[in-house]
Design a protein around this ligand. Structure first.
Ligand code: HEM
Length: 204
């Protein structure tokens, strides 16, 4: 996938296809997820022995959160891929609008989700708002149950990491994508994904 991505550009101009960049990023996250899951299985076998079953509703919610963070990562790949972080450098509004009027400017409409900076950045923000609502809800819901300490730790890590990641994303945007912050934001995505996986694993 890396070879296929590089083949789409990088000759005279350091740009590659946003689709291939996103696929390469997504694949890296999937490989990480598989390795992390196996590692958690091996490390936590003893700790899990005899621990209580966790509520199914909370377990399903944690699975959805893992999926949503992964979707957020793919959306971030598109933001970076079309350099949408260099436009609309204001928050929470996008140049004075919550929904910028140009989000359906390109024909046919579905191309906007991959080529239009306004739409691609709006989607990334919308998913962040969704996570900003769902993760605290999950955290409060988890407090109502008598969970294993590892699951409780996971819920705390997930909430803490989300706050850090959103702060990094907003700073990257407001400061017009300095390399160091953009790289930290990318690393933050990995840690947030790891926190979601850790929580889901602990809720088995
Ligand atoms: C809530 C969790 C979030 C996650 C998991 C996330 C994840 C990501 C990822 C994986 C990338 C791609 C990095 C790369 O390939 O270089 C990215 C890019 C970006 N994100 Fe986020 N993001 C989140 C929230 C936000 C928020 C709230 C904002 C600002 C409103 C934001 C602004 C950006 C910008 C400007 C870029 C482009 C950086 C570049 O061009 O390198 N992100 N995000």
């Amino acid at each position: 996938m890396g070879w296929y991505m590089v083949k789409s550009g990088l000759v005279d101009d350091p740009r590659v296809s946003q689709y291939r960049l996103t696929a390469h990023l997504g694949l890296a996250f999937l490989i990480f997820a598989a390795m992390f899951w196996v590692a958690l299985d091996l490390l936590c076998r003893q700790a899990d022995a005899g621990s209580a079953w966790s509520p199914a509703r909370l377990r399903h919610a944690a699975s959805w959160l893992v999926g949503l963070v992964f979707l957020m990562v793919l959306s971030g790949g598109l933001v970076a891929g079309i350099r949408a972080g260099f436009a609309y450098n204001t928050f929470p509004l996008m140049n004075g609008h919550f929904v910028p009027p140009e989000i359906l400017m390109i024909e046919p409409w579905w191309l906007n989700f991959f080529y239009n900076m306004a739409t691609v950045q709006f989607d990334h923000r919308l998913l962040a708002w969704l996570l900003a609502a769902l993760v605290p809800w999950f955290w409060f819901a988890s407090r109502k149950h008598d969970l294993a300490p590892r699951a409780r730790l996971g819920a705390n890590l997930l909430l803490g990491m989300l706050v850090i990641q959103i702060a990094l994303g907003i700073s990257t945007l407001l400061l017009v994508v300095p390399l160091s912050l953009a790289a930290l934001h990318q690393a933050g995505a990995m840690l947030l994904f790891a926190a979601a996986l850790f929580t889901r694993h602990a809720l088995r």
